[in-house]
Write a protein that binds this ligand. Sequence first.
Ligand code: 6GU
Length: 267
Amino acid sequence: MSEDPYTLAGEAAAALRAATGLDTFDVALVMGSGWVPAADAIGETVSEVPFTGLPGFRAPAVAGHGGRIRAVRTSAGRHALVFLGRTHLYEGLGADAVVHGVRTAAAAGVRTLVLTNAAGGLRPETQNVGDPVLISDHINLSGASPITGTTFLDLTEVYSRRLRALVREIDPAMAEGVYIAFRGPTYETPAEIRMCRTLGGDLVGMSTVLEAIAAREAGLEVLGISLVTNPGAGLSGEPLDHEEVLEVGRATAARMGVLLAKVVDRL
Ligand code: 6GU
């Protein structure tokens, strides 16, 4: 196995092609925890490959983040790679491990990446539990970057205007907001949530931003959608509970899947 992360992603893409019998893929979707019903709604499963069978992938550490890649054929005949589970920075494996799936998807021919996540809502328009919110931009407070060496990368339009407009055609009422990412695994303090609101954040979470950066480096067009699973700490008076985050994901994944299926077929 290679040490260079881009070479390693090329090896994983070759293994993925061999395992699925498919040569190239139109789109990849990274799903939040326990989103199997969403994946089911995208289309017919061609094959499923566990992360453990591919170079550079590790089985995710947190319960509910089951790690595998599903190759899907949509009703319109598109081929999608659906990542069920992802590596988070809080697992301590580093930024390259976090974005390995995105680099693998790019090496497998994907040109469009859909990133989903479970997030805390920070404003009235982004605090309805179970609602999807379009990510318009991000603030990376994770302290990490997947871009190493001397590469400068423009991030003026990380989350594609074109793809956001396309989602808006499907659901004109969907809220849009800025996603702030922390390293985790702690949820924020109420003071940090107040800081996020002051900074212009609408959503808060522990994923997505490094993957979006790696995708832009690879030239992919990126769509980001958060599923609001709870208000940020201190906004509701209730403590935050990972089980509750997973439960909201499970309860609303099918609805997210119907939306994502429409998006994929209109790309
Ligand atoms: Cl409130 N914070 C973070 N960092 N991640 C979350 C969340 C909050 N809710 C769901 N995921």
